[in-house]
Design a protein. Structure first.
Length: 363
């Protein structure tokens, strides 16, 4: 490719902050935009040649032929974009459906590109024509990005932005109903900084009381020095079944040792555990019970130590993906005052829906 910015390029990253930051405290001010819940994707286009690369610079083009075709049709000859690939089902982004698009079979990819077509939302411009824009301030890159499409497209979008902190707060509260992941804040005067946490991300924070159902050992655990890797978390569904909802895994090495000793009295045989009924399953099931395999976990040790479901802990999480936590939950504290049977899905906050088309509508 004959571009002023060529792959591989590591995208600019964001660091987590609490609350919508005050633009007045940042020289040059801040621009706010929705945080899309998809695959980070840089686009390199040189004539008819289009290359998509992931956050880790891996190629994505083969998995999203409909996105490649749309980018080819609606962008100028030479352009480099930063953005996100997403899949929408109805009025919501669906990350689980997006994950299904990463498949080794070309026939499957072709089928899914028709059944669950992906879309692309651009939020930064790294090059246009023969001009590299990485060193230019974001305010300039953003202004030029809004005019970058050469033809209308139902697949390729440019994200909306605002410099109004109050409006950004409203977006943060409402857009989650369409499956978005929070708000991003970008310094208006800053250049594009690959692989640097030069932006700010504001994500939702919630807590839930969950049942401790088991644990996995750490990858560095040995017989001489056993270390806990992660706690397996669960909730009771409406039918009284204990369903795996996620893991908590951020502990110091000393805490990993002490937790293991603390939990040993709760260890039990899998046959006596609520998840014993799934012991012979060979593929992932809808409720994502630990110990079962999937295309995403090939080569990983999924074995776990079952514990009698008698302990409750409070964890922090951002949002849900289907019936489980989207990301690793944060251990807060033990809840000896809670009955495990009282820990159900009904405690989880339900987010009011929001029209995704309204978010994607051009400003």
């Amino acid at each position: 490719m004959d571009l002023p910015v060529t792959p591989p390029v590591l995208p600019m990253l964001a660091k987590s902050v609490k609350g919508i930051p005050d633009p007045a405290k940042h020289p040059g001010g801040l621009s706010f935009e929705p945080k899309w819940d998809g695959f980070r994707c840089l686009v390199f286009k040189d004539g008819a040649e289009v290359e998509l690369t992931s956050r880790n610079t891996k190629p994505l083009s083969r998995y999203f032929p409909e996105v490649v075709a749309a980018l080819r049709d609606c962008l100028p000859d030479k352009v480099v974009l930063d953005g996100e690939i997403f899949v929408a089902v109805g009025d919501r982004l669906e990350f689980e459906v997006l994950q299904e698009r990463i498949h080794p079979a070309a026939s499957r990819i072709a089928l899914l590109s028709r059944e669950t077509p992906a879309q692309y939302v651009a939020f930064d411009l790294l090059a246009l024509g023969d001009e590299a824009l990485i060193e230019r301030p974001f305010a300039e890159r953003r202004a030029r990005l809004t005019e970058v499409r050469t033809a209308p497209s139902e697949i390729v979008h440019v994200t909306r932005t605002t410099t109004d902190r109050g409006l950004a707060t409203e977006w943060f509260e409402k857009f989650e109903g369409a499956g978005l992941d929070g708000v991003i804040a970008k310094p208006l005067s800053a250049p594009y900084q690959p692989n640097s946490r030069a932006m700010f991300k504001i994500k939702h924070e919630r807590t839930a009381d969950v049942v401790l159902a088991g644990y996995r050992l750490h990858k560095n655990s040995t017989a001489a020095d056993p270390l806990l890797g992660s706690l397996l978390l669960a909730l009771f569904d409406a039918d009284g079944q204990l369903q795996h909802i996620g893991v908590s895994a951020s502990f110091t090495e000393a805490r990993r040792r002490s937790l293991l000793e603390e939990l040993r009295p709760l260890e039990t045989d899998i046959e006596d555990h609520p998840w014993g009924q799934w012991i012979d399953w060979m593929i992932a099931n809808p409720d994502r019970v630990p110990g079962t395999g999937s295309r995403w976990s090939a080569g990983k040790d999924l074995s776990f130590v079952p514990l009698r479901p008698q302990r409750v802990l409070e964890v922090g999480y951002d949002h849900m993906e289907g019936r489980r936590f989207r990301h690793t939950a944060q251990f807060k504290r033990w809840r000896p005052d809670r009955d495990p049977r009282s820990c159900g899905y009904d405690q989880l906050e339900e987010v009011a829906g929001y029209d995704l088309a309204e978010i994607l509508r051009p400003e």
